[in-house]
Design a protein around this ligand. Structure first.
Ligand SMILES: [Zn+2]
Length: 260
């Protein structure tokens, strides 16, 4: 039975520990931005590291890799990028690999960065998507066009509705506050925001999310809806012609949104 544990780090990052079988002591880590919290976790729970998985090149996702490798000389699975020379197994769209009897499917999701990939476990309907898709939001667009990033998010939205989403940051509350500005009449969103406010008031994690909830409440997956178009017109004075254009406009508005 697969077990997934969060290691909170920095201000709002999560590193994810994947334990394929709780009866075994080998685990994998996704996006270790620092080594010490991972080493502490392994020591406390008497586990050993079997592999490192990387979604993209940003330092808060890879900063711990070198130190971890000095303790555990394991394979590093990730995209090809000059910024991640530690990667030993290069992965691209539609690649598959097995780790501890888990069958990982790779989905390329360029946009936040050009090399960004997501790791999907089809049997367990579990997704590790780094900074591509967040609960109630998405990563900033640093690389490529709005259309490219919109297409990436559509690939994730096409996963089964009950897919669990393990993203890399605790941004849910501020994301949902922006989402409510976009769609003030969305009842699913109002309910979700209320629930997340309660969780955060108690310092609880808001992850994992699930795909169905994101499709109902995440404005960056709802760019074809009228609510997004009306909001964009109110902000920019123009109605976007396509969903991808709406996505680009919405992402740009959020980049400078006062509530952030
Ligand atoms: Zn990033």
């Amino acid at each position: 039975m697969l077990k997934i544990t969060s290691i909170p780090a920095f201000e709002n990052n999560y590193f994810w520990i994947i334990q394929p079988d709780p009866a075994q002591d080998t685990v994998f880590v996704v996006d270790p931005g620092a080594a010490q919290p991972v080493l502490d976790y392994l020591c406390t729970h008497q586990l050993k590291l079997g592999a490192i998985l990387i979604t993209h090149r940003h330092n808060d996702h890879i900063g711990g890799v070198n130190d971890l490798l000095t303790h555990y000389p394991v394979s590093v699975y990730g995209p090809r990028s000059d910024a991640i020379p530690q990667v030993t197994v290069y992965l691209g769209d539609n690649d598959h690999f097995e780790l501890g009897e888990l069958n990982f499917h790779v989905i390329a999701v360029p946009g936040h960065t050009w090399e960004h990939i997501a790791f999907y476990l089809p049997q367990q309907k579990t997704l590790f998507c780094g900074d591509a898709l967040f609960a109630g939001g998405c990563g900033r667009r640093f690389d490529g066009t709005a259309e490219i990033m919109w297409d990436s998010l559509q690939k994730l939205a096409a996963l089964p509705d009950d897919t669990r989403i393990y993203c890399a940051h605790e941004y849910t509350l501020s994301n949902l506050r922006f989402a409510l500005a976009v769609e003030p009449d969305n009842a699913d969103l109002q309910e979700r925001l209320h629930h997340v406010e309660q969780l955060r008031a108690n310092h609880q994690i808001t992850l994992p999310s699930i795909i169905l909830l994101e499709k109902r409440t995440n404005p960056f997956l709802r760019c074809q809806e009228n609510g997004a178009k009306i909001f964009i017109k109110s902000q920019l004075g123009e109605t976007p012609a396509t969903a991808a254009e709406a996505f680009g406009a919405l992402r740009a508005i959020k980049d400078t949104w006062p509530a952030r």
